[in-house]
Unconditional design. Structure first.
Length: 120
């Protein structure tokens, strides 16, 4: 059995998550869909450390509101899969925006179009 230190394991997990985000972005553009609003394109950089039901909206814990509570109060969205992590989008001044996986969709129309074109 291969042995590795905890730091190496954490680094490996982090690298595989970034690869997964890169793979998702390569499949098409990622959009968030809120009720009664136009889809908004996002550029995630990571997954949240905790699932939506435990991830605080603000990093400094100034509000004890979780992502799940925030989406219910602000957008009237009840998350069905709050046990999953969120996409993280970095904003200005180090702020992190959390988007639950279930409200994000992938627009593959451009990728589909490019795959149909014959470049030979």
């Amino acid at each position: 059995m291969n042995e590795c230190r905890v730091e190496e394991l954490k680094r490996h997990i982090k690298e595989s998550q970034k690869l997964n985000i890169a793979n998702l972005c390569a499949m098409g553009d990622l959009f968030v869909k809120y009720p009664k609003r136009a889809p908004m394109k996002i550029f995630p950089t990571d997954f949240s450390k905790y699932p939506a039901r435990y991830q605080y909206v603000f990093n400094d814990h100034r509000s004890k509101m979780t992502v799940e509570q925030y989406y219910f109060c602000k957008h009237k969205i009840t998350l069905n899969h709050s046990h999953l992590p969120c996409f993280v989008v970095l904003g200005g001044k180090g702020h992190r925006y959390y988007y639950p996986i279930e409200i994000v969709f992938i627009d593959t129309s451009l990728v589909d179009l490019l795959s149909e074109l014959d470049f030979e």
